[in-house]
Design a protein around this ligand. Sequence first.
Ligand SMILES: Nc1ncnc2c1ncn2[C@@H]1O[C@H](COP(=O)(O)OP(=O)(O)OP(=O)(O)O)[C@@H](O)[C@H]1O
Length: 266
Amino acid sequence: MTAIIQVDGLSKSFGEVRAVNSISFHVEAGEVFGLLGPNGAGKSTTIKMLTTLLPPDAGRASIGGYDVVRHATMVRRIIGYVPQALSADGSLTGYENLLVFAKLYDIPRREREGRIREALKFMGLEEAADRLVRTYSGGMIRRLEIAQSMLHQPTVLFLDEPTIGLDPVARAAVWGHIMRLREEFGMTILLTTHYMEEADGLCRRIAIMHLGNIAAIGTPAELKASIGDPEATLDKVFVHYTGGELETGGSYREASRARRTARRLG
Ligand SMILES: Nc1ncnc2c1ncn2[C@@H]1O[C@H](COP(=O)(O)OP(=O)(O)OP(=O)(O)O)[C@@H](O)[C@H]1O
């Protein structure tokens, strides 16, 4: 296996806050890799540096061999990114949203319609293509945002909490599509999630972040063995490495995010 994401001593501070503290890890091509950690652990800051949105203070990172600082344009060409905040426009249809992204990605005019139809089909949104996005459910919006991020056929996809605020059925549907991206296109996927059971079942390897550091890294089985309990749940592993700051579904934070989502969509 080759490392498609390579991170060495990456750091970022905001004033006095050391958000990411000299972390190193790699992700292999075709892997689904989970970044877990309590609020404020540094997950989003890490993703923002890897997606070229934030310059690191120190250290280096490369995607597909391209340095995220020196070759940022090349990195942007080969990655897709679905941020935590909503990126779909509720006042446009699903198709129109995708068209905006197809233009942003400079997809040649003659290829646009085909790529958009393909992405809609892949994410199970064909029927809803011509409906305003404000009529979509939360799970459909997430799937549309993933469709947006795959239009330019990236080799690495970054998903920041792709299933936050969704009910279990919608979460399962989003996960099903994420796994198909990996299986059918060999995409490498790096994601963050607060849902431990999902990370356990779906990520090949996991890094647990705490206070800007990587507290533990490995396959779910390796992480469980590392706390001396191969039968442990991933919740227990998480609590072990982060000092009991597990955030469960239905928290205020999640609810307020879901509400923000609803407001954005009018
Ligand atoms: N733009 C910013 N300005 C100041 N501080 C920031 C900024 N972005 C992040 N931080 C701080 O850096 C730390 C890490 O934040 P980050 O968003 O990376 O954590 P996270 O693990 O993604 O958390 P969450 O699960 O809440 O998204 C936190 O203390 C946060 O308050």
